[in-house]
Design a protein around this ligand. Structure first.
Ligand code: FHN
Length: 598
């Protein structure tokens, strides 16, 4: 695949700003999300909120992914850039933008029904169009469209009425409409741009309007910073902060000066992170509305994603893309309402929690409150016996969250075994609570990972590996098409026979298992030989191709069965993987999967 300019630019922005590389470590060593070094005293509401709604709405919503008869896929809000639409032509879209279907109360009520605690909407995206009344530029919804009203006034009000924090997204550097704004090279000469003039004449005065005219804002969500030094960014932040000292600024204000950390688009960190942070996902593939993008996440996927993000200690801000008429897509409405129904009875296990103290298990994940662990059981063990490893404290009681019925449990050494009631195998997330006295320490990434025949699959993720030699644990960023960012933590750089990844597992039930390596393997690594050993038994394999292309291609993963083995007794086992030959990377290893043989 030939990479174009946009792709390279974004890969650069995303990888330099947002991607992280992790090595095996304890939680105490993990990265803290406090980006500016001094915690903003107003962060508590944000840490407790856990679930936000992101809204991308602009002229691109009217264009809906199709320009001059050609359909575009991926980020619809990038269509001006993708199709290289001239400013003069883009201006004409404004004269047809008339979102009469917009109803602020409907949107805010949807957010309330979905259990959303804060809403952030695009006041101005990279296209440069202000979706509110601006005196700074008449390229705004009141002056340039037949709609002639300011939807943001009503939306701010409708949210506040329902106790939802309201905030604005503002693209502070990229502005494709302005000669001095960032990143429009098809209308303007990049070399002649004066970013400081753009900041002085448009971005700063518009941000001041937003911080002055819409009541107290929960968040200003900056995006894709550029064109300013650290000192200039600090001055910019100071100038805005005085208007609303309590408003939180997202980390994408740049230069480490935000109040909390935003991960890359569609990225959940692979380990718990302390402090305030956010994962940002969109409901389908695009942020802005595209009429042919129907890849909506089901309510099950949203609920499980929310639990996963909360189990690492963060918030999920999920984006919806209303259309040019002002309507939120019907599947977004439906699936968010279903999510809200789950949250209504299970919200205690999400809101106000911090990261779970139990490492991810084949049954699911956990979240915490003082003296309580919430067990989010996404897959019920077939025999109903739920193992909580490494939980050496005084367990007072265990119950199902919704009906509070107490459940029998046994403490065996450091382990707790809970007898689960029968519940629907298709339930999306059934929450059980352990109440305990004492202190549970943060788990270490060296904790053995549970493997049991009670589950169809047992995943042992790359982040839990011990590496030697050149092998590294890395978060890799890639995209299948415009803006559809993916992040996968993999073991990379296993090039020599001494480069090794070792996983420690705790097999709770003996038996026969298939052992699969889940990896991505580009053309240059095809047919290399590798070794997988379980304790002293060695299995050899040859890599399978997952992609036709070169290094810069998006990653595709395959689950390759490389061994069948018998664990004859329960206990701790070590699985080690390394290349047999020297010189080329064996593959990018995402996980080892143990599947009971049926
Ligand atoms: O370029 C934007 C993109 O259009 C979208 O707004 C996302 C949302 O996080 N932010 C940028 C890319 O990271």
């Amino acid at each position: 695949m030939k990479l174009n300019h946009w792709f390279i630019l974004n890969l650069f922005i995303i990888s330099t700003l947002f991607s992280q590389s992790v090595t095996a470590q304890t939680m105490d060593q993990m990265w803290d999300s406090n980006v500016s070094g001094k915690e903003n005293p107003n962060l508590q509401w944000f840490k407790d909120a856990k679930f936000g709604m992101f809204i991308h709405w602009g002229l691109y919503s009217k264009i809906a992914g199709e320009w001059n008869g050609k359909r575009y896929y991926g980020s619809g809000e990038w269509i001006m850039n993708q199709a290289k639409i001239k400013v003069a032509d883009y201006n004409k879209v404004a004269s047809t933008f008339n979102p009469t279907g917009f109803n602020a109360d409907e949107w805010a009520q949807l957010a309330a029904d979905a259990g959303i605690k804060y809403m952030v909407i695009t006041a101005k995206h990279h296209e440069g169009f202000a979706m509110y009344q601006s005196k700074v530029s008449n390229f705004n919804i009141v002056d340039a469209t037949p709609y002639k009203k300011d939807p943001m006034k009503a939306l701010a009000e409708a949210n506040r009425k329902r106790g939802i924090q309201f905030g604005f997204y503002y693209s502070q550097f990229q502005d494709w409409h302005e000669p001095n704004g960032g990143r429009n090279s098809w209308d303007f000469d990049e070399a002649k741009k004066d970013y400081q003039t753009y900041y002085r004449e448009k971005a700063i005065p518009q941000l001041k309007e937003l911080l002055t005219n819409y009541g107290p804002l929960g968040i200003v969500w900056f995006d894709t910073p550029g064109g300013m030094t650290k000192e200039q960014t600090q001055t910019f932040v100071n100038e805005l902060r005085v208007l609303q000292p309590k408003t939180l600024f997202s980390s994408r204000v740049g230069q480490g000066l935000g109040d909390y950390k935003d991960f890359g688009d569609s990225e959940v960190p692979s380990t718990p992170i302390k402090g305030a942070w956010e994962s940002i996902y969109t409901h389908n593939d695009s942020w802005g509305y595209i009429k042919h993008d129907m890849n909506f996440k089901s309510s099950k996927e949203i609920i499980q994603l929310l639990a996963n993000v909360a189990s690492k200690g963060g918030n999920l801000m999920l984006n919806v893309g209303p259309d040019g008429d002002g309507k939120i897509p019907e599947y977004s409405v439906k699936f968010l309402q279903q999510t809200g129904k789950w949250l209504k009875v299970n919200g205690e296990s999400i809101y106000g929690t911090t990261y779970g103290l139990i490492a991810a298990q084949p049954w699911g994940v956990s979240t915490s409150k003082p003296g309580k662990q919430y067990l989010h059981v996404l897959t019920r063990p077939k025999n109903g016996k739920l193992l909580i490893p490494d939980f050496n404290v005084n367990v007072k009681k265990v119950y199902e969250l919704t009906d509070k019925k107490e459940l029998p449990f046994k403490k065996i050494g450091k382990e707790v075994w809970i007898d689960l009631p029968l519940f629907n195998q298709d339930a999306v997330n059934t929450v059980f609570v352990i109440e305990y006295a004492g202190t549970v320490p943060d788990y270490s990434l060296q904790t053995p990972i549970t493997v049991s025949s009670q589950f169809d699959e047992n995943n042992v993720d790359a982040v839990f590996a011990q590496t030697t030699g050149n092998a590294k644990i890395q978060s890799l960023t890639y995209s299948h098409y415009y803006g559809d960012w993916k992040h996968t933590t993999c073991i990379t750089n296993m090039k020599d026979s001494t480069d090794r990844a070792t996983f420690t597992i705790n097999v709770t039930e003996p038996g026969d298992y298939h052992v699969k390596a889940e990896y991505s393997c580009p053309q240059e690594s095809v047919k290399l030989e590798g070794s997988l050993s379980i304790n002293n038994q060695e299995f050899l394999f040859r890599t399978l191709r997952t992609s036709e292309f070169d290094k810069s291609s998006p990653l595709l993963f395959i689950k390759h069965t490389v061994a069948t083995t018998t664990f004859s007794k329960p206990g701790i086992y070590h699985i080690a993987i390394h290349p047999l030959q020297n010189g080329k990377e064996l593959f990018k290893l995402k996980s080892v999967i143990l599947e009971p043989v049926k």
